[in-house]
Design a protein around this ligand. Structure first.
Ligand code: OAD
Length: 243
């Protein structure tokens, strides 16, 4: 790992993309693994605007269940290693596809949540965003106008939040180092960000117990995020001390 970072200095631009795998060791299920959520549930019944129009109770039930699971979970050494990395470097951006809030709870600051956050809801009429209390009514309504609230999550077929996506693309283009952690690399446009970084000559490092379609152009490090990320931080610390 030392050789990967031999050009790293404190001002190198470091961008990280995380997916469900980084939270797997906190007990939050992934989507496509053996026990993955999309193995047991159909996304078209739970994670599309059409599903919400058809059956808002069912969709809210699913998100209440997942919010409770995320609330019971705690950040793991992988999340904390990224907080440490951010503190070491002047130019650090963390992009996540996760909605579980664990990066926020660990203390990450420069964070772009591309797929929303399960602890927020927004008004179906005007898009106003609210924090959701941990115990929420089954079918929550907007405190301002009374309209039905929906989870503040990007569903299949919906566009990603524009500002976050623009900043994520810029951080990928400018990156000297791009770290991909715990994502299957199958869901676009997030999965296109490492490629964008690669086309702009970043060093792409991937941490995942299994290879993905991205592994074709990444430096692939097989293993768990909670084990490899702390080692990576130690290597970065060493390199910064000698650079
Ligand atoms: P996936 O479930 O598709 O992929 C999880 C990845 O994490 C897999 O490649 C696993 O091999 C890897 N993994 C498992 N345990 C790991 C560990 N301990 N350390 C590192 N990696 C590990 O999840 P995502 O790629 O995040 O969208 O899925 C992308 C999007 O698809 C999600 O954001 C979600 C889903 O539909 C929305 O909810 C909008």
């Amino acid at each position: 790992m030392k050789e990967l970072f031999d050009k790293l200095t404190q001002v190198s631009r470091f961008t990280v993309l995380t997916g469900a795998g980084i939270s797997a060791e906190s007990g939050v299920p992934t989507f496509r693994g053996k026990e993955g959520l999309w193995k047991k549930h159909k996304p078209e019944d739970l994670a599309t605007p059409q599903a919400f129009t058809r059956n808002p109770e069912l969709v809210w039930e699913w998100y209440h269940y997942r919010r409770e699971m995320a609330e019971k979970a705690s950040p793991n050494p992988g999340h904390y290693a990224l907080v440490e990395l951010e503190a070491l470097l002047a130019n650090f951006t963390l992009i996540t596809q996760n909605v579980d809030n664990l990066h926020v709870r660990a203390g990450s600051k420069n964070l772009l949540e591309l797929h929303g956050n399960i602890f927020r809801a927004r008004c179906s009429r005007d898009g106003m965003v609210f924090q959701l209390p941990s115990t929420s009514e089954t079918l929550p309504h907007c405190p301002a106008c009374g309209e039905l609230l929906r989870p503040d999550i990007v569903w299949f077929g919906e566009a990603l939040p524009e500002q976050e996506m623009k900043r994520a693309a810029a951080a990928s283009i400018e990156a000297d180092y791009f770290l991909v952690v715990g994502t299957s690399g199958l869901v676009y446009p997030a999965a296109g960000l490492p490629l964008l970084a690669h086309q702009n000559l970043a060093m792409i490092i991937e941490i995942n117990p299994e290879k993905t379609p991205l592994s074709e152009f990444t430096v692939y490090c097989p293993g768990k995020a909670s084990e490899i990320l702390p080692l990576l931080v130690e290597t970065v610390k060493f390199q910064l001390s000698v650079s």
